[in-house]
Design a protein. Structure first.
Length: 349
């Protein structure tokens, strides 16, 4: 960028950024053709880093504090500008403020389901969402790898990239950990730690630090949720059945001890065990051979073909069935057969 001489009213004597936003990560100080004086004051507040850039190259970096600019604290810039020692004339450079505070309550979620192989349910798809927080840990790396030389940079400029990185890494973590779907849902706290450890390396490569990651929820497809409910019911039933069989066996032993001469103790015990096994078999058969409910049918008025009650056309002759109607028992209003509430009085059908 070189050295520029100008009018006195073009000299910058105070450089500072009062951050009044909640989402600005990088702010380029508006030089607007002005020149910076040696001896000017540079203010860098807590949770800020100031970087001087010359011709696209990072020069000197300043942490929190109040500085009087001179060749001694601008050694790299002085070298880039080829300024002689003790040079006092104004110079031109770009100044970037990097916000190093923590940006909290950032949202992430799966736009598409995560496909995984599960030992219990086979190949299934999961959805998840949660929050995370991050901060700039290495301002120079962040400027080189992400920010570049834009006028400003907000959290929304990088949120989509971070979201995709989080979802991708969580998918890899699931695959590598071989944790079952049910175990993930019941141990989200420990899975958070695994995912955060893996993601921290990727964030560091961008000059960022993943401060916190929270997986708030993992949800399953509807059919998997039904299978989980069914399995839970079967577990309860199995426990009840085993308890009943043990009760019958113990009762048979007790009765045999009281009447050792009637048929023999072994016969009584065997009878008790047989009763328990019969109960077990009965419950097993009732679960595996439940009769299927008959599908409601109706008859085509044109050709007499029997069709489902929900059919709109006859599959044989193509006759269109008139829409079924029903009458509200409360106010007598006629409505469509599919209506769930009366449009006049609001009564539930």
């Amino acid at each position: 960028m070189g050295i520029f001489f100008g009018k006195r009213n073009q000299f910058l004597k105070v450089i500072e950024w009062k951050d009044d936003s909640k989402s600005t990560i990088v702010y380029r100080y508006p030089i607007d053709g002005d020149q910076i004086m040696f001896g000017s004051k540079l203010t860098v507040r807590e949770s800020q880093v100031a970087i001087f850039v010359n011709k696209g190259k990072i020069a000197d970096v300043f942490g929190p504090g109040l500085y009087t600019l001179s060749a001694s604290n601008l050694p790299i810039l002085t070298k880039l500008l080829s300024l002689p020692y003790g040079f006092k004339s104004p110079f031109y450079a770009e100044v970037y403020y990097i916000n190093t505070k923590q940006f909290t309550n950032q949202k992430w979620g799966t736009s598409n389901p995560i496909t995984m192989r599960d030992k219990d349910f086979g190949t299934i798809r999961l959805r998840g969402y949660g929050t995370y927080s991050f901060k700039v840990e290495n301002a120079e790396t962040f400027l080189k790898e992400v920010f570049g030389t834009n006028g400003s940079y907000e959290t929304e400029d990088i949120e989509q990239y971070l979201k995709s990185m989080i979802v991708s890494n969580i998918s890899d973590t699931i695959a590598e950990s071989k944790i079952g779907a049910l175990d993930i849902a019941s141990n989200l706290g420990e899975f958070n730690k695994l995912a955060k450890e893996k993601l921290s390396e990727d964030f560091a490569q961008l000059g960022l630090k993943l401060v916190n990651l929270v997986i708030e929820n993992v949800s399953f497809p509807e059919e998997v949720e039904k299978a989980i409910d069914q399995r839970s019911s079967m577990g309860v039933l199995k426990d009840s059945m085993d308890t009943y069989v043990k009760f019958q066996s113990a009762k048979a032993i007790e009765e045999a001890a009281k009447n050792p001469g009637v048929g023999g103790m072994g016969a009584n015990i065997g009878a008790g065990l047989a009763v328990g096994e019969m109960v077990r078999e009965s419950i097993r058969n009732s679960n595996s051979e439940k009769p299927k409910a008959d599908t409601p049918k109706k008859v085509c008025p044109s050709c007499g073909t029997e069709v489902k009650v929900t059919a709109k056309f006859c599959p044989e002759c193509g006759q269109k069935f008139a829409a079924e109607k029903k009458v509200c028992p409360s106010c007598g209003t006629e409505m469509k057969g599919t209506a769930k509430f009366c449009p006049e009085c609001g009564k539930k059908m």
